[in-house]
Design a binder for this molecule. Structure first.
Ligand code: G3P
Length: 223
């Protein structure tokens, strides 16, 4: 599987803006992210399905915390966009870990979420999750979040486990950079941090200098 970069947001305008110039692989949301949109969840899902192509994944989370509720909501989420390229986020609680194999047995892709330790992630991988989302910034409150995520990538490789780490929860570009430099297989990042990744002021200054010199020499700003 190739490296995937997702937007962690339900802000449709921000998603549209970023997808317009970056090869984004999809969108992840969570219950809090959906509430921040100020819209009903059904509306958010409909707009995501409209803005994204079917090649771009829609990754949405269950809200219920009990086994039966998780199963029922996973089936509802799996219906978004006719079920094309949909991934259901399930938390790594006891009920969630129990639900992961059952949801997988229905042919639904699963991202295990709310991961604060490589050990939780290990169990979610063993339960059959397709993706594992460690909360990097939140893990940094307890220790070396970045280092633990890379350790997790190595553990999965050692056992030949198929689960793909999807690093989540970032507060700054440096955290993202460290994970990318270490080769994290997938990542989900909020729009502001993605904008900060691509918008270095030095680039704009360099372009202004090229244009000014060209204008001075040739009296125009095109080739
Ligand atoms: O989507 C899950 C994760 O990205 C949460 O991020 O910023 O609330 O720690 P954050």
């Amino acid at each position: 599987m190739s490296m995937e970069f997702f937007i962690d947001s339900a802000d449709i305008e921000a998603i549209r803006e970023l997808c317009d110039f970056l090869p984004i692989d999809g969108v992840t949301t969570n219950p809090t992210i959906i509430t921040k949109s100020g819209k009903e969840p059904e509306q958010v899902f409909a707009e995501l399905a409209e803005v994204l192509t079917e090649d771009q994944k829609i990754i949405a989370q269950v809200v219920s915390l009990d086994y039966n509720g998780i199963l029922a909501e996973a089936e509802r989420i799996a219906q978004i966009r006719g079920g094309k390229n949909i991934v259901v986020k399930i938390p790594v609680t006891r009920e969630g870990l129990r639900a992961i194999p059952a949801v997988k047995a229905k042919g639904i892709s699963v991202l295990a979420t709310g991961i604060y330790s490589p050990d939780q992630a290990f169990w979610a991988a063993k339960a059959g999750a397709d993706y594992l989302a460690p909360y990097v910034n939140r893990m940094c409150n307890y220790g070396d979040g970045v280092g633990q995520v890379m350790e997790l990538v190595n553990t999965l490789a050692q056992y030949g486990m198929d689960a793909k780490v999807c690093a989540a929860s970032f507060k700054n570009v440096d955290q993202v950079h460290q994970l990318l430099a270490a080769g994290v297989p997938s990542i989900t990042v909020n729009p502001d941090t993605i904008r900060d990744m691509v918008g270095h002021p030095g680039t704009a200054i360099a372009m202004e200098e090229f244009t000014a010199n060209w204008q001075k020499a040739y009296g125009r700003t095109t080739l």
